[in-house]
Design a protein around this ligand. Structure first.
Ligand code: AMP
Ligand code: ZN
Ligand code: FE
Ligand code: FE
Length: 282
């Protein structure tokens, strides 16, 4: 069984496992091609590529960039990009700086709510330059303030909650342009999370296609069978590529496994060929 998984996080961003460990888990799961899609950082790709060569796993360079969408976010995945692209790395570095400005403010809000936590504790746990809210959530879990990352978002971090602090994010069109400027394919991540306020998801996806979008993440750990069918139809209607991934984060999202998500994820291997054909034409 050849499995495919095009959405994986390592501890270079907010996943809990090293690139080597993620590749080992993928190998055990029968995954033979995968993409590392860390938030705002591509530092995990060289290690993953090296271990992939040893284990016989094809590693596709990837990225996940959050973009601003009204009161919510759209996440943009990039594939087959040049991970050494200077311009993209500069842009990602700016995004990581906005994380560094935001995180201490989140910690201050938590402290003012009476929670015992410091930014040093979060940085020590994260051990990376791309520190996100899931790292703060893990410190809160270790301190038994919350039982899960989801609880931390629901009680503190989500938009409108007491420790919510916005950060500077690109527009969806900018995120797409950044990926394409680094010779990548741009894909809308997990459409189930998209909160359209005006117009339908189809309208939005048509607009994003006009902005340069190449694909939609149809197969995803938390998509129901019905959603998967719906997003497949959407991708066909609008003329976009189909991708799929687990969004594995390790211990940050303990219910999701590499390659199979919650056990029901099945990502057709054939979609990789279409992606490669499209990437070759960029
Ligand atoms: P940040 O990078 O700080 O903006 O945080 C984004 C990360 O938080 C992504 O990995 C999401 O998977 C995760 N996340 C966002 N909302 C939630 C939620 N409600 N529950 C758990 N994780 C979430
Ligand atoms: Zn994440
Ligand atoms: Fe995401
Ligand atoms: Fe993700």
């Amino acid at each position: 069984m050849n499995r495919l998984d095009l959405h994986l996080h390592t501890n270079r961003s907010d996943g809990s496992f090293t690139p080597t460990q993620v590749l080992e888990l993928a190998h055990e799961a029968g995954v033979t091609a995968l993409a590392i899609t860390d938030h705002d950082i591509m530092m995990g790709i060289p290690e993953a590529t090296l271990v992939g060569q040893q284990l016989g796993i094809e590693v596709i360079p990837g990225i996940e960039i959050s973009s601003n969408f009204g009161d919510s976010e759209l996440h943009m995945l990039g594939y087959f990009l040049d991970w050494q692209d200077v311009r993209l790395n500069e842009r990602l570095s700016t995004l990581r700086e906005s994380r560094h400005r935001r995180n201490p403010q989140i910690i201050e809000r938590l402290q003012s709510l009476g929670i015992d936590i410091t930014y040093d504790e979060v940085r020590a746990l994260a051990g990376t330059d791309s520190v996100g809210r899931p790292h703060i959530a893990r410190v809160l879990m270790e301190k038994h303030v919350v039982a899960s990352a989801k609880e931390a978002f629901d009680r503190f971090f989500a938009n409108g909650k007491p420790a919510y602090v916005p950060r500077d994010l690109p527009s969806p069109a900018e995120a797409i342009q950044w990926i394409k400027a680094a010779k990548g394919l741009a894909v809308l991540a997990h459409p189930t999370w998209v909160k359209t306020t005006e117009g339908t998801l189809t309208d939005l996806v048509r607009q994003l296609k006009a902005d340069g979008l190449n694909g939609v993440e149809v197969h995803y750990s938390t998509h129901t069978a019905r959603q998967t069918r719906e997003y497949l139809t959407l991708a066909k209607q609008v003329g976009l590529l189909v991708t799929g991934g687990s969004d594995f984060h390790g211990l940050t999202k303990p219910d999701i496994e590499v390659g199979i998500g919650r056990g029901t994820l099945h990502i057709p291997y054939s979609l990789l060929h279409k992606l490669k054909d499209a990437a070759a034409q960029l």
